[in-house]
Design a protein around this ligand. Structure first.
Ligand SMILES: [Zn+2]
Length: 218
């Protein structure tokens, strides 16, 4: 069994359907990029089966620390926990689908693989204003705890979340073996057994993507 994720651009560009039908459509990065000093405020709405809130929030914090460390010399993303009801409101809402009900993002995979999570590629929102302080763009991450859920464990949750944030920041998938941004995680692999670190490939692709984006917008 493998776990996979569902990622597609928020507006325009490729559709979810095109990504499913074109074997390479998920390898591109977002056409839009966050401001280089974007502040992300995250909140965890609910927990998945088998994991408690403290475990999940600890894993989220460790994963975000890894992206913050990987981007600190080039751009200055910050990530902070934000409670519902605070101002400004969270812009990285981590939600859970289930335990009952279903979601089209979490249909059974064609080959028996389980869709663990879904994210939008890059900034998702309806306004044209991208401002690091006040923007209303969102980086939503959705976790599958519906009847099609994978069997969650603390390590694969950390690794899946690390992967989804890569999408939220704008990265597509990679074919590089062992990278966090690979398309699937095989059961029994390191992704189920330990908290992994970002691979050199993940870090390099993030740096290349933002360096290019910042050049083209200035
Ligand atoms: Zn993915």
């Amino acid at each position: 069994m493998a776990i996979i994720c569902n990622v597609y651009p928020p507006d325009g560009g490729r559709t979810k359907r095109e990504v499913e039908d074109n074997p390479n459509a998920d390898l591109g990065n977002s056409p839009m990029a966050w401001p280089a000093t974007q502040k992300f405020r995250w909140t965890l709405e609910n927990t998945v089966s088998g994991l408690d809130r403290a475990t999940m929030e600890g894993a989220i914090t460790r994963a975000l620390d890894k992206w913050a460390e990987a981007t600190k010399d080039t751009f200055k993303f910050t990530f902070a926990k934000s409670d519902a009801g605070t101002e400004p409101p969270p812009n990285m809402v981590i939600s859970v689908v289930g335990p009952e009900g279903s979601d089209s993002d979490f249909a059974e995979g064609r080959d028996g693989s389980k869709v663990a999570a879904a994210a939008r590629l890059g900034p998702a929102g309806a306004t044209n204003t991208l401002d690091a302080e006040t923007n209303t763009f969102q980086a939503p991450v959705k976790l599958n705890d519906s009847p099609t859920r994978p069997k969650w464990n603390p390590f694969m949750f950390h690794n899946c979340f690390l992967h989804e944030v890569g999408h939220s920041l704008g990265l597509g998938h990679t074919l590089t073996e062992g990278a966090v941004m690979g398309r699937s995680y095989q059961e029994g692999s390191k992704f189920f057994l330990e908290d992994v670190d970002l691979a050199d490939d993940d870090k390099k692709r993030m740096t290349d993507y933002f360096t290019k984006k910042n050049k083209s917008s200035s």
